[in-house]
Design a protein around this ligand. Structure first.
Ligand SMILES: Cc1ncc(COP(=O)(O)O)c(C=O)c1O
Length: 389
């Protein structure tokens, strides 16, 4: 156990376990636990702020836990990408002077009114109809509107272009309308989540410059979205700095007068700061393993992202299991047969009932998407100093 070091991390606990193994030995609670390392989160926030040449905002949708927002704010993040009035309220409660960017491009009139009441500074739009709804209600002076556009650029784990984004031609028309109405003109895009290749950002930045130039509008800002990759496999290292460099170089190559940059990472900001500790409820004679969490809980994203190999198995005393990896079917706790991790998951041959199965890099889109199906899926949170294992 370590005493909290003042100024390095903000947490609700004064004495916190040093490692996941120590947390396992001391935890007397029931059910799966998210192990949260504030130091890791603050280090990632600093990595973005040091490496990205613009305003770093955080996409709250990836993880809206109070400790996450608090620690990001302590690490200097003051602007947040919010998708709904509930996210605005959650951020304002914790960071009263936060700058809010409301970048969900489809909103009801009530949601627009909530955004105004919350003092939203920047709004993304991708159609004339949505722009008209905002323009009729939000005073133009001092308000930024970012036109979101899409390109057929591959590379991400999944693409958002089917749902959001104007075509380049529509984006040019929208940009002219935004500028003519007196709003601060900006553009934005999202290359798709878990995008490992800077070339996607380069293609979007070049297109943004072409669109703005053809529309005759000088952009105040260019928001290059989220999509930055998290570490998926043990063998990977997320090459964030290479992407930051590509973004900077593309901006200066594409624009004679470069707009200010904004980014809004979700996944890459929070993935590493949490690990999911679940326990083995049963091992069947077939080798299949039943866990106390599954795809209706904190492991929901495995269905679309696939299984990572960043899994560690510890015995109840916190010692690593050392058996050779055996491919296994892994089921979650509910009575639903769909509650199963995709494919075969390699777990040690000596994995036994009561063991802890720890999934690393689980801070993004786990807590926020977990359901209470069959009465499972409630994730407790324990703060630890370190998640390396
Ligand atoms: C507008 C917007 N910004 C940022 C993000 C965060 O993306 P990521 O988690 O891939 O960084 C999303 C994800 O849905 C989004 O829709």
């Amino acid at each position: 156990m370590k005493l909290r070091q003042k100024g390095t991390a903000v947490t609700h606990h004064d004495i916190i376990p040093a490692t996941p193994a120590e947390a396992l030995r001391t935890d007397r609670g029931e059910g799966p636990v998210l192990l949260f390392a504030p130091n890791v989160l603050q280090a990632m926030a600093r990595r973005f702020q040091d490496g990205f040449d613009g305003l770093v905002t955080y996409a709250v949708k990836a993880n809206d836990a109070e400790d996450v927002i608090t620690n990001l704010s302590s690490a200097g993040i003051r602007a947040f990408d919010v998708a709904s009035p509930a996210e605005m309220a959650a951020v304002r409660r914790i960071v009263p002077d936060a700058v809010l960017h409301y970048n969900n491009p489809v909103r009801t009139v009530r949601e627009i009114e909530a955004g105004m009441a919350a003092g939203v500074a920047s709004w993304a739009v991708d159609s004339q109809a949505e722009f008209a709804k905002i323009a009729a209600r939000v005073p133009a002076e001092g308000t930024e509107i970012a036109v979101r556009f899409k390109l057929p650029v591959p590379g991400a784990a999944y693409d958002f272009g089917e749902k959001f984004g104007a075509t380049p031609q529509e984006a040019g028309e929208l940009l002219r309308a935004v500028a003519a109405a007196g709003f601060i003109p900006a553009m934005t895009f999202h290359p798709g989540t878990q995008c490992p290749d800077g070339a996607a950002w380069a293609a979007y930045i070049e297109a943004a410059a072409r669109i703005a130039d053809a529309a005759g509008v000088r952009l105040a800002r260019l928001n290059v979205g989220g999509g930055f990759p998290a570490r998926r496999m043990d063998a990977d290292a997320a090459a964030l700095e290479a992407i930051f460099d590509t973004i900077g170089a593309s901006l200066h190559a594409a624009f004679a007068t470069p707009p200010a940059l904004v980014c809004e990472p979700g996944r890459a900001m929070v993935a590493e700061c949490q690990a999911l500790l679940s326990r083995v409820k049963a091992v069947r004679a077939s080798g299949a393993v039943f866990l106390d969490d599954g795809v209706y809980g904190g492991l929901a994203e495995h269905l679309v992202m696939g299984v990572s190999d960043r899994i560690r198995v510890l015995d109840p005393a916190g010692r690593p299991r050392s058996g050779a990896p055996v491919p296994r079917t892994v089921f979650g706790p509910s009575c639903d047969s769909l509650d199963r991790l995709p494919g075969d998951v390699p777990l040690p041959a000596d994995t036994a009932e009561g063991d802890a199965v720890i999934f690393l890099g689980m801070g993004a889109y786990g807590l926020v998407t977990s359901t209470r199906f069959n009465g499972y899926g409630a994730l407790r949170q324990l703060t630890v100093h370190d998640l390396t294992m």
